[in-house]
Ligand binder design. Sequence first.
Ligand code: JJW
Length: 453
Amino acid sequence: MSDQTFPQKSFPQGLFPATFRWGAATSSCQIEGGWDADGKGPSIWDTFSREPGRTFAGDRPDAACDSYHRVEEDIALLQDLGADVYRFSVSWPRVLPKGRGAVNPAGLAYYHRLVDGLLAAGIKPFCTLYHWDLPQALQDAGGWENRATIDAFVDFADLMFREFHTKIDLWVTFNEPFCSSFVGNWFGVHAPGKTDLNVALACAHHQLVAHGKAVARFRNLVSLGRARGQIGIAPNVTWAEPFTDTEADRLACLRPIQWSWDWFLDPIVFGTYPEHLERWFTERGFRIPILPGDLDEIHRKIDLVGANYYCMSVNRHDPAGGLLESTQVDLGWEKSDIGWPLTPDGFTKSLARVRDKYPGLPVYITENGICLNAPNDPRRIVYLDQHLRALARALAQGVDVRGYTAWSLLDNFEWAEGYAKRFGLVEVDFRTFERRPKPSYFWYRDWIASVRK
Ligand code: JJW
């Protein structure tokens, strides 16, 4: 592996505590491949990506980065990076091909190989239980719209807690539940591709109940010595600021914020849905299928919040701005190759809101990164540099951030955007599966080594 250095680097000293954990993140469906290997069942992304027109160029996660067969290479990349922590997700249908019932031993063996390799390399495994790849067998029975999926998830979580309790002590239940409920069932852009807000509201609600019941199961297993560590959830921490100082523009920003993260954190932390947006939906005839006891089930102590931050927006009230009547104003900011602006200030500000709104909850930055398609990626270095400095400011402002996992270790299957959109620190050749670290990988390695001193 050749070394490359970024000429203008100067790293801050003393801004991150010595205990701060540095690393990178991936997800099962996006990197593993082996979509039907060794008894794995299909996920909703295997099905969805086979439907015409759903993904860019018809791309599918069949082989992805082939991490199912190259896990040792991924671990070596993390080790050379100097990572303390690796955030990965478990493919539910690899472990339970039908979503419930019979376990696939080869699936569990794969995650033991990964986790054992990480531990041997001195890297802490950080496990996400649900990163969007629902077993197709459960979708065939209604998916997250069906309350029966709640208990299937809790049994899957229980299996993982017991199986890995001596090895894993950092857990997230759901990654970006906004995407897996609303983007998948209201916008129809992600699997399973539905376009019904009532269905999406049911999916979000059932994911929340599943989260709460899994946390309860975790606490119970901890008391029995069969689970260990901290557990939380990782919502999309977006940020929006009003175009003008009118109340209408302020609310046009509040709605997307309430939708992407308060919708999930408020029921967990306070036991209530965010009032403004809940009323917005119910006044327009939409319904959340809340059964008696559900909010108590959801409203349980968590140990950490995973914050996924990419960019902020400036919004104004606009009756033509979709259901939320909110339109993003294009101020001509520099954009990434997926069209998202480069806005590090929003990172500091959204984290300050986490501190104020949910005080006392430790934060992990579970995702942050930029889409740039060229393998020579000086702009990724600029993005990371600016966002890590914005993170240092959040720490100085009293936000209790414990760690940072960059999205992503590898170029990978970017969902409906297919393989064309690249977020990796490491380039992947999707024909040979060769991994080639980009300049940003070497820059981040130097950052980690330098700020750790
Ligand atoms: C929203 C599209 C409306 C991923 C969205 C689509 C709606 C017409 C990156 N995070 O690959 C948000 N990512 O797997 C998790 N974050 O709506 C990890 N947010 O169109 C990364 C996509 C996303 C999105 C994608």
